[in-house]
Design a protein around this ligand. Structure first.
Ligand code: DAH
Length: 329
């Protein structure tokens, strides 16, 4: 058996390879002789020997196909040698997925401000995803129509905010991290919604951190990500884990703010939720809110990628149509 594999491996031409195939796998080749002779064996032995012969047939067959492909790829037709002077075949370079491109760019931008990247699990506990984030158990986002609950009582995280909790539980302040990752919600898919999307969470906790710091950082990020013309606005909002809370919009990159389908004619696109970390959240992770304060934000990566690359339908990100991905490279 080793001999047959060896011969297939060493076949220098397609003709040699065919000879090896015929000798072992052909109609009057070794394997079919063995198969024919199985009848003479006792029943228990027959099954065992049959299995061994079939396994051998499969691995030799596979090796021969691989060798054939290699010979066909590497050899000028009709010649019996590998021509090392032939130019290589250009298979084309892959391109980066726009979601990865935005994550890397965000890591670079926030990296300049001293943020490092942290990650957390996709399967989360209700404690990290809701309770520690000051979200009461009667909050509508816990309902099975909004959240994918698992049989274990855990869930697919609905936001990257639970990574804030994990980071603070495991580190002493000050902390300054961004945490990119996948999120899951029972949303009906349409041009701007997907049940599976990505966020980048940011968290900065130190002494005397203020809302003005948050505004400055978001404005800096927007300009670095979108170019100097982008405008940023903050609207008051509510999140259970921040007080005060804001939503942060970027001016629409596609129409320049004059109004289009993507920004629903408002000229603005909602990019992030943010705010000052609620003192209850700090207390929960063992940080003293009398000493430490911080801001946090969570932004939608697809939203950023849509305006940065001019993509009008969020579903394009998940279809992995190679023409779409290449067009962004
Ligand atoms: N987790 C929120 C969401 O998915 C976004 C968010 C809001 C994140 C405020 C934050 C924050 O860190 O401070 O809608």
């Amino acid at each position: 058996m080793e001999k047959a594999l060896e011969e297939a491996r060493n076949a220098g031409t397609l003709q040699d390879l065919e000879r090896v195939r015929a000798a072992y796998l052909g109609r009057s080749g070794l394997i079919s002789e063995i198969m024919k002779s199985l009848g003479r064996l006792a029943r228990e032995e027959r099954a065992e020997a049959g299995r061994a012969a079939n396994a051998f047939k499969d691995s030799l067959g596979k090796l021969i196909e691989e060798r054939r492909a290699a010979l066909q790829a590497g050899m000028p037709a009709g010649s019996g040698f590998f021509d090392y002077t032939l130019p290589g075949r250009w298979r084309g370079l892959g391109s980066k997925h726009p979601v990865s491109a935005v994550i890397e760019e965000a890591a670079r931008i926030f990296g300049k401000l001293g943020f490092t990247v942290a990650e957390g699990p996709d399967v989360e506990t209700a404690y990290h995803n809701f309770e520690a984030l000051n979200t009461p158990s009667h909050h509508p986002s816990l309902s099975p129509s909004d959240t994918f609950w698992l049989d274990t009582g855990e869930l697919l995280r609905t936001q990257t905010s639970p990574v804030q909790i994990r980071v603070m539980e495991s580190r002493k302040p000050p902390v300054r991290v961004i945490t990119p990752g996948r999120c899951y919600r029972r949303d009906t898919t349409d041009a701007t919604h997907s049940a599976n999307f990505h966020q980048i969470e940011g968290l900065y906790v130190d002494q005397k951190v203020s809302l003005a710091d948050l505004k400055g950082v978001m404005a800096y990020f927007a300009r670095e990500m979108m170019g100097p013309k982008v405008a940023v606005r903050f609207r008051p909002h509510f999140f259970p884990f921040t007080e005060p809370s804001v939503e942060c919009d970027f001016s629409c990159h596609i129409c320049g703010g004059s109004g289009c389908r993507v920004c629903k004619n408002s000229g603005w696109i909602e990019i992030a939720g943010a705010g000052m970390v609620d003192p209850r959240v700090l207390r929960t992770v063992g940080y003293d809110p009398e000493i430490w304060s911080g801001y946090a934000f969570g932004m939608g990566i697809e939203r950023i990628a849509m305006i940065r690359f001019g993509i009008k339908d969020i579903r394009m990100f998940y279809e992995n149509d190679i023409r779409f991905l290449e067009s962004l490279a």
